[in-house]
Structures are given as structure tokens and as C-alpha cells.
Design a binder for this molecule. Sequence first.
Ligand code: HEM
Length: 422
Amino acid sequence: MTADEAAIAELYDNFDAGAQFEGSVAGNVRDPYPELARKRRESPVEGRTMTLFAGGAADGSEDVTQDAFWVYRYDDVSAVLRDNESFSSESVREMMGLVMGPYVMVGLDEPDHKRHRNLVAQAFRQRALQRWDGDLVVPIADQLLDRILARGTGEAELVRDFTYRLPVQVIAGILGLPPGDYPKFHKWALALINVTADPEEGIAASESLREYFADVCELRRKDPRDDVISDLVHAEVDGERLDEEEILSFCRLLLPAGAETTYRATGNFLFGLLSNPDQMAALMADPGLMTAAIEESIRWEPPLLIVSRRATRDVELGGVTIPAGADVVPSTGSACHDETRWGDTSEQFDIRREPQPHIAFGAGPHMCLGIHLARMEMRATVDRILTRLPNLRFDPDRAGTDPHIHGETFRSPTGLPVLFDA
Ligand code: HEM
């Protein structure tokens, strides 16, 4: 192992999936779904006070809270996300701007958002996606599996050994960062992703990443390569270009938007399969089920359960008047379990379910830009895991660790202790 690899390994070995949920907005909740079902029935649009950080005020004496109208049903969530004139992304901009800079795309409104999205979308075109699949994602997955197999023990903890590691490496790869920079990039990336648990360290990491990306942009302006940063610094649509701060915000957004969501979603997919060995066997016997299985896992356990908006005018929704200026929280997690769409089995994981579009990737103008990349990463990595770790199953001896999917805002497994035939 090189010194760089050893530094990365140490970073990840110190990772404790369970600690991700303590005292952070991820939320220390095991199963929010019964309560969400009750909300859909009894108060589908509801004014509530949400605790963002327990004891998070400057002197630690008070919680930091947010008053907002929560929206729980599929049709209402979809209506809010598609109507970006009545529901602005200003609240997202305020929340993320501190860490990502003022031009963070997910927080922009029109016309700035469309201009920005058209420019960055060039870097995420289909051709790039195909190349990333074979040249980047599969080799990274295989390297991680090589490490697991080299131990020769026939056991692994797939969150710490695999799902938590892969998406950050994929982002580093698509941005075209030199491998020698990976250890420092990984360190900053993890601190940025964990900003809700440790705001001071997260904000410092964001500033380091900003300076680092500014240097990479400078290099790619002079000497373009086949990577996303080169595409971003040279992108041009109708004579428009991205300015430096927009590019630096976008690069930093890719870590929480692209790495955190995907690591959690891949863990949830594996958890669904490991908890339902019959469905895992069906998927292995018929790889044609893979597309439906990925979508079902994201619907069943979305890695991110809410988004945020602010009403720009008084709006009537579900019999409630949301006043202009109020914050709105569309619960995409609740919408994905709406029984009017998925029937009375909506809480179950079922890869053979009649396919039906879900809303875990959002909807409307801000719908996830990385949707195809996320699906490709999940497909490639689960395919490599099932192929290379035969007879994969939960480790019954470690059942005492009680692995389960956890969290109220972000959700993923507390651990995936597995055995396989070495
Ligand atoms: C399973 C994995 C993922 C899920 C569940 C997910 C979910 C979402 C959701 C719900 C939104 C909408 C936010 C809003 O409306 O305010 C969004 C936006 C976004 N996502 Fe994803 N995402 C995933 C993976 C990715 C990946 C892999 C990338 C890129 C590498 C990515 C990049 C983005 C970006 C840039 C936006 C902002 C789009 C815009 O504002 O126009 N996401 N994502």
C-alpha cells in the first residue's frame, strides 16, 4: 500500500456509520414511516416547528429551529416542486450558501438557474456517462472488492469497506483530480459531507476545497483534459459562460449532492436485498430486473427524505393557506410511500412491483442532475458485489450489532456486516 492509500484507508477505518446520525439533522430515528403515513391521512399539509440542531445556538443553550409548512402527499409534493414561480429555492440558497457559496445551483431561481443548469449539463452528457461506467466506476468497485477479498476472511462491513468509499472516489475521478491529491480531497470531502455534525470543520473544509478547485480550474483553462472541470471552464451556451465562483460552488455541491446521496442509496439497496434473500436470488437469476430493483430501492428507502422551498405568494394547498414568505418542506420520502400510488404494500421493498415513477430525485426544474450517474453507480457496484462476493448474506454472528436503516432527513444502514464464500 502506498502512503496515499494508507492515509485514505485510515480516514475510512475511523468511519463509524452509527455516529453519522447522532445530534445531526440526519435524525436519530429508526422508522419515520408510520408517522409519515399518519400525516398523509390526517394533516397532509401542516405548519410545524422542526429542530435543525439540538442545542445548536451559539451558546449551546437553545435548539436551532425552523418553522415551515410540511407537505406529505405525492400529488402535493409534485405540485410544489413543479411550480417554481410560487415556490422559490431561496431557502435552499440560504442553507447551503454558507458552505457552498452564493451561486450554488440547487438554490438558484429562474432565470439564473436555467442558464447555470444548461451550462453544467454539458459536462453530464450521455457520452461521458458511458465512459465513466467502464473506465471509472467498475475499476474503483473492483479495487475496493480486491481489498476485501485479499483479507481472505469471507467477511466484510460493506458500509465502511465499500459504499462509503466509492462515490467520493467517483466524484474525484469525474472532476479529473490527480490521484496524488486524493488523500487531501477525501479528507475535505468527508468533512464537508459531515458539515451538519461538525459545522466548524465542514466550513473550513469548504474553504480549503474552494482554494483547491480554483487552482485546478486555472490549470484546466490553460491545459484542458477530458474531465468535468475542463468542461465547466470551457462550457458555452448562446455566448454565456460560467464564472469562476459558479464553477467553484458547483464542484463543492457535487460532494453532498452526488457522494452522500449515492453512498446512502447504495447501502439501502444492499440492505433491501440482504433482508430479502428471495429477491436477491431473483435479481441474480434475471439481471433484467436490475433497473426496476434500483428504482424500487430508491422509492422504498430514499437516501434524502425532504427538500426545501419558500412561498413567493399566498398559496392554497391541501385546504391550507401557505402565506407568502413561509418556508415549505416537501417530504419526498413520504410522497414515495403514498398508498394512493403504491397501494397498501407501499411500505414494502418489492423489486417485482409494477413500475411507477417515484419522486426521490425531485421533480420540475431542479430535478436531480445526477440521476443517470446515480443509477449507473448503483447498477455497476451492486452488480460487481453480487458477482465477486458469492453467497452474500448478513452475518448472523454480528446480528447483535442490529444493522438497520436509520435517519430522519438522510437515511442509510448503520452497517452491513456480511459473510460470503471466500
Ligand atoms: C440516489 C442518489 C441521489 C438522489 C436520491 C438525489 C436526489 C436529488 C434531489 C431530490 C434533488 C432536487 C433538490 C431540490 O429540488 O431542491 C437533486 C438535485 C441535484 N442533484 Fe441529486 N440525487 C442523487 C444523486 C446525485 C448525483 C450522483 C449527482 C451528481 C454527481 C447529483 C447532483 C445533483 C445536482 C447538481 C442537483 C441540483 C439540480 C438543480 O438544482 O437543477 N445527485 N438530487
